[in-house]
Design a protein. Sequence first.
Length: 177
Amino acid sequence: MADDPKMDGYIPLQQVIDTDQDESSRRIRDMPYGKRKEEIQFSTLVLTFDETGTGFESPALVVVLTNTGYAEVNIYGHTLEGQFVLKSAIPSVLQPGETASVSVAFKPTTIGPRTGSLYIDTGDAAGDELVQLIGLAVAGDLGIPATDSIQAILKMTQSDYNALTVKDAQTLYIIVG
């Protein structure tokens, strides 16, 4: 039972009950029922971004971190991997019951499906630590001036990509076929 990862953070009952009346052990009624001392949970374990053109940045998606334990959770750092960018700060400490919203955007540099991850280092705290990031990168700028957009649309074929950027940096998506 000592090697059971589900039991991490739990205090054995015999260490909790004060049998000798010297107050050296915590009474069981003082323990938060069913909670772990340090535990963090995420609102989602996967963020899936809409198609985004290379060289552009998607709107940010949010994952909410919640301290569901009864002690503060220290956050020692984070690692963001893949073609994604962090758009908000991550706190260094979450008090019991406290939440923090973390925003991430997809900023692809190459075409195709892209994956990454956001790892939150909480040391020994129980719970979630990793969010999977998924996005699909499409062609960003076809280099067509806005005045030529109508002609370019008429000339597109099925082999062309389904995005073109107009002069004012807005993307026009065209479904071909």
